[in-house]
Ligand binder design. Structure first.
Ligand code: BDP
Length: 713
């Protein structure tokens, strides 16, 4: 029996190549040799891509017609939307759209169905798909510096080789555009929000133009982060005051120059008066006044401004309240081509935050979510953390701003308020590593961002399943010997169930595991100074900004732990609408996973489990560690199914994650235990590190790939 099953596997893998893979093909591991019949009357760079993708990779066995049509049904889906239908006899497929971009997205849709094993003879015959994106602009934000480094990047250096451009063009630029198009991403901001003025210099604009030309056929528009003081810093003016005539003229001329090179340039992303960046407030102007000047110069060209709401200053006011306090009074004061970009949480991309109350504060201003795909606070590219559950948690949150059902998804996608401008941003995790994202599973987050930006109602499970199948199923070449099809079918099913296990036991649980071993129950920002990788709840740098210190956030003392943001404290809870506001305000009704975000709760506070807060916290840390150990176990069962290169790579990183989880647990429990003065419950594993050692050691982030061995005294 066993021999037969081994033989069938050998057969299986001999017809489906299981060769070493470096991850560079992403989820686009299409088989070759298809030579499909594709009919298409109109020629254009975008349509030609759709044709060649299908011609080369479509294995459905029936011809496909691509057609731009302007009927009512298609117009309602917009230029990016599409319909895919089978003919009555099931012998032919048609992809229609009112725009060429929709045709290309339709082509990728079909290839996705094929690569995820969702097409059979019968499903093909009744295929009837109608799709339209939930957001108009689905944008990646690259925090790439002009010197090739990436702020919070963990996958090598920048993809953009500024020294080589405009004359030398890396083939990865086109591969990048194609990958984005395949998941519906249609916009990219290619430079850091902490922007160098230099990006707007004539030399750099020539380089940017080359990228824009490569991206265009894939429907990917270029945007730039700008430095608000560019008129002075680059243009040599004496001021960058947004109401100064010369400053306005400078921006006008700059816009004209940009559009003469890049006629479909998307617009600007601006980080102003935040973390030392210049902005309109330097001149006594508001964020709206600053944004509007830029919006006005871009308007004639249909450009837009994405103005970030990530602002906080070292005042006495709770950092979590500041963006709301600054922006809420400006509602209605922004031009209609400005959209305010809000991070999912009110602080800064922590493993878990409540949603930013600013999403519920502006009715007359278009707002957009900003998610972080790069794992600045979730273990860099060492930890496996699938982030779709986190982003969905935010999108599905109810702001109650127009009564029940006013979810962030609906506030931002144009369905609650008729803002024509809708967008969603993700801070990219892409670098020049061969596999683009560092951790092989970090690709899943790029993928998930694109899919959710297209359709926020997709479940995390579906996205995980899609990505796993496209990433790990053996590639079936068109010439594969179909005589073995029966054998293959059986083994394929086994592989599908293996991937489902990986999805449910690893992907779907991974973000919660990180929360558990790093910052459960609403704890936040207890990271090591500067690099945000390891734990440092004790960190205290004399003279540093208090709101950059962990103790500002955890406030542990002999009575309890947590930040009192209820009405007896900073009253950040009061920035939410009723009934959420009351729910968060009360220590007994506040969701336990946010308890210490909103309350300074006593160590003996009774939790729903019947445990005290201290015991619950110990259990959460312990659970996090156990979860990662389980990820290792489940991953090892993948060994027979995939190439050893990717298998070993993930195995290696899971080991690091496991060790880091123990480090986090020991550091936090030993440190906070000094305040609770209670033992770790006896049924749980004991710490293996000494607090003293952990407090003395500094993480050497130049060697962050192997943190426990990278700590130096
Ligand atoms: C924080 C990062 C910092 C970014 C900042 C931002 O630590 O590097 O510049 O966000 O979003 O998360 O502007």
């Amino acid at each position: 029996m066993r021999i037969i099953s081994i033989l069938t596997f050998v057969l299986f893998f001999s017809c489906f190549s299981i060769h070493a893979e470096d991850g560079s093909a992403l989820w686009l591991r299409y088989p070759t040799g298809a030579k499909a019949i594709i009919m298409n009357k109109k020629q254009s760079p975008t349509l030609n891509i759709a044709v060649s993708e299908l011609r080369n990779f479509w294995q459905g066995g029936i011809p496909i017609t691509l057609e731009i049509q302007k009927n009512k049904e298609l117009r309602a889906l917009g230029n990016d939307g599409y319909i895919i239908r089978a003919s009555k006899d099931g012998k032919h497929l048609t992809i229609t759209s009112s725009g060429e971009q929709g045709i290309l997205y339709g082509a990728y849709h079909l290839l996705r169905l094929q690569a995820t094993g969702q097409l059979s003879e019968s499903t093909l015959k009744s295929l009837n798909v109608s799709e339209k994106p939930d957001y108009r602009i689905r944008v990646l934000n690259h925090w790439d510096n002009l010197d090739g480094t990436i702020e919070r990047g963990y996958a090598g250096h920048s993809l953009w080789k500024w020294d080589e451009l405009p004359s030398v063009v890396s083939p990865r630029y086109e591969a990048y555009a194609r990958a984005n198009a395949s998941i519906g991403i249609n916009a990219t901001v290619i430079n850091n929000v902490n922007a160098s003025p230099e990006i707007l210099s004539d030399d750099y604009l020539q380089k940017v133009k080359v990228l824009a030309d490569i991206f265009r056929p894939y429907g990917l528009k270029i945007y730039l982060s700008i430095n608000f003081s560019s008129p002075a810093a680059l243009g040599g003016l004496s001021t960058s005051d947004p109401l100064d005539k010369e400053v306005i003229a400078w921006w006008k001329k700059k816009a004209k120059d940009i559009y003469s090179l890049i006629p479909d340039f998307g617009g600007f992303l601006v980080k102003a008066n935040s973390e030392g960046q210049p902005g309109p407030c330097d001149y006594g102007r508001t964020h709206a006044e600053g944004a509007n000047i830029l919006a006005d110069v871009l308007k004639p060209y249909h450009g837009i401004v994405m103005w970030r709401a990530f602002v906080y200053s070292p005042t006495d006011s709770d950092r979590a309240k500041q963006a709301y306090l600054e922006f809420e009074p400006l509602d209605g004061k922004f031009r209609d081509n400005v959209i305010v970009q809000i991070k999912n949480g009110p602080i800064d991309f922590q493993p878990r935050e409540p949603f930013s109350p600013l999403f519920g504060a502006m009715k007359k201003t278009a707002v957009m979510p900003e998610f972080q795909i790069t794992q600045e606070y979730l273990g860099f590219s060492n930890h496996l953390a699938f982030l779709a559950p986190m982003w969905k948690e935010c999108l599905d949150s109810d702001t109650y701003m127009q009564g029940e059902g006013s979810t962030i998804a609906r506030v931002t996608d144009g369905s609650l308020f008729p803002h024509p401008l809708t967008a969603i941003a993700g801070v990219a995790n892409i670098g020049d590593d061969p596999n683009w994202c560092g951790h092989p599973f970090a690709q899943a987050n790029w993928y998930a961002f694109g899919r959710l930006a297209w359709k926020h109602s997709l479940s995390s499970e579906q996205i995980g399943e899609e990505w796993l199948r496209q990433t790990f199923l053996p590639v079936i070449d068109a010439q594969a010997n179909l005589l073995t099809a029966k054998v293959v079918q059986k083994e394929k099913e086994q592989l599908f169930s293996q991937l489902s296990l990986l999805n449910s036991q690893v992907l779907q649980k991974s973000r919660e595991a990180v929360v558990d071993y790093m910052m459960p129950l609403g704890l936040h920002h207890i990271f090591a100074w500067g690099h945000h990788y390891g734990p440092e709840p004790w960190c205290d740098i004399p003279g540093a900004r208090p709101d950059w210190m962990p103790s500002y956030y955890h406030r542990a003392d002999s009575l309890g732990i947590g930040f009192d943001r209820s009405s007896t404290g900073s009253n950040a809870a009061g920035q939410y609408h009723s009934p959420l506001c009351e729910e968060l305000d009360n220590v007994d009704t506040c969701p336990e996973n946010l308890l210490l975000w909103f309350h300074h709760a006593s160590w003996n506070h009774q939790m729903k489990s019947g445990r005290t807060l201290w015991a619950e916290m110990c259990h959460a840390y312990d659970r996090g560690v156990k979860e990662v150990r389980n990820f290792q176990k489940v991953w090892d069962t993948m060994e027979p199914y995939i190439d050893s290169e990717r298998f070993q790579e993930v195995r290696h990183r899971l080991k690091i994650q496991s060790r880091d989880a123990v480090w986090w647990r020991d550091a936090c429990l030993l440190y906070f235990g000094q305040f609770s003065k209670q033992p770790i419950p006896y049924e749980l594993e004991r710490p293996v590190h000494e607090l003293k050692d952990m407090m003395e050691y500094q993480l050497d982030i130049t060697n962050f790939e192997c943190p426990l061995y990278g700590f130096t005294k």
